[in-house]
Design a binder for this molecule. Structure first.
Ligand SMILES: *[C@@H]1O[C@H](CO)[C@@H](O)[C@H](O)[C@H]1NC(C)=O
Ligand SMILES: *[C@@H]1O[C@H](CO)[C@@H](O)[C@H](O)[C@H]1NC(C)=O
Ligand SMILES: *[C@@H]1O[C@H](CO)[C@@H](O)[C@H](O)[C@H]1NC(C)=O
Ligand SMILES: *[C@@H]1O[C@H](CO)[C@@H](O)[C@H](O)[C@H]1NC(C)=O
Ligand SMILES: *[C@@H]1O[C@H](CO)[C@@H](O)[C@H](O)[C@H]1NC(C)=O
Length: 248
């Protein structure tokens, strides 16, 4: 009977690991390059072998070993890190101009919003420089025009044009470097209805596989048990025959 217990355990363990594999596939981390952040559910690298349907907005791209994410309203941003616990994705503008991102990035049709508390600021485009304490945003300014981020309640000076008023985390400050400032977004995982359906069918697939697998296990064990019984009966018959021969 020892072999049967062993076989049974083997079946059970084999099954458990295959079920775990199915459920863990989503959380199997991949990377772009050696130093990139771990990428797993809900993120996925576009074009790589996919274990589940990619979620809109959560597709990342690998470009020259850099992990990037594409926003139609802005373009590509580099992904510095992803914290899955706090749902915080830390981005960097390849052009090192966080305020250009703040000015243009429109997150309304994405699963993301800023990780910080926001405040409305107005971007001003001025033909002349404004006196201190105003400080122009260097990466948006040139000798002919000077761009400022000002409190949205401030009246627009005569030499300036309001470009746009947007809720952003910070006004420009020369004391906050772009890399320190960083672009931190958080995400909402509100899967659409049809994704829920996929989820359910996938769940039922898993349970169906479990049922099929365990019935196969039981069948194999039953066959083996039958063979064993037959061998036993045969040997007992043999033994009885030998006894009869001896007695006669
Ligand atoms: C990407 O990383 C691999 C392995 O570290 C290296 O061989 C390859 O040259 C890198 N490619 C680029 C474009 O940096
Ligand atoms: C962001 O995009 C949405 C949908 O396309 C649009 O309605 C909204 O006006 C845009 N916001 C800005 C600030 O452009
Ligand atoms: C920014 O201004 C808009 C329009 O006045 C308002 O709806 C929004 O709540 C404001 N956002 C913040 C963060 O104050
Ligand atoms: C500011 O104005 C200049 C010229 O008027 C223009 O070239 C530039 O793109 C504008 N900048 C922004 C951020 O709107
Ligand atoms: C998908 O399934 C997982 C567990 O299998 C569950 O936690 C999650 O809420 C499901 N999502 C939807 C949208 O049904």
């Amino acid at each position: 009977m020892g072999e049967f217990i062993f076989l049974f355990l083997f079946c059970v363990l084999g099954f458990q690991s295959s079920v775990l594999k199915v459920t863990q596939a989503r959380f199997q981390a991949t990377k772009c390059g050696d130093a990139g952040p771990d990428i797993h559910y809900p993120y996925q690298i576009k074009g790589r072998h996919q274990q589940y349907e990619s979620l809109p907005g959560f597709e990342l791209l690998c470009k020259d070993n850099l992990t990037t994410i594409h926003f139609p309203s802005y373009g590509d941003l580099e992904v510095k890190s992803i914290s899955y616990d706090t749902k915080n994705i830390h981005l960097r503008d390849p052009k090192n101009c966080a305020h250009n991102v703040f000015l243009n990035l429109n997150l309304s049709l994405t699963p993301f919003h800023y990780f910080y508390v926001l405040k409305n600021y107005t971007y001003l485009n001025c033909s002349t420089t404004l006196p201190p304490p105003f400080v122009e945003v260097p990466c948006l300014s040139a000798s002919s025009h000077h761009v400022y981020t000002v409190d949205s309640t401030l009246p627009v000076p005569g030499s300036c044009q309001g470009v746009r008023t947007v809720p952003i985390p910070f006004a420009y400050s020369p004391y906050l470097s772009d890399s320190m400032l960083g672009l931190r977004l958080t995400w909402d995982l509100r899967e659409p209805e049809d994704n829920g359906a996929i989820n359910r069918t996938r769940g039922s697939h898993t349970s169906r596989n479990i049922v099929i697998g365990s019935s196969m296990c039981v069948f194999v064990m039953a066959v083996l048990l039958l063979i064993r019984i037959k061998i036993r009966v045969a040997t007992r018959n043999n033994y009885q025959k030998q006894e009869q021969l001896l007695q006669s």
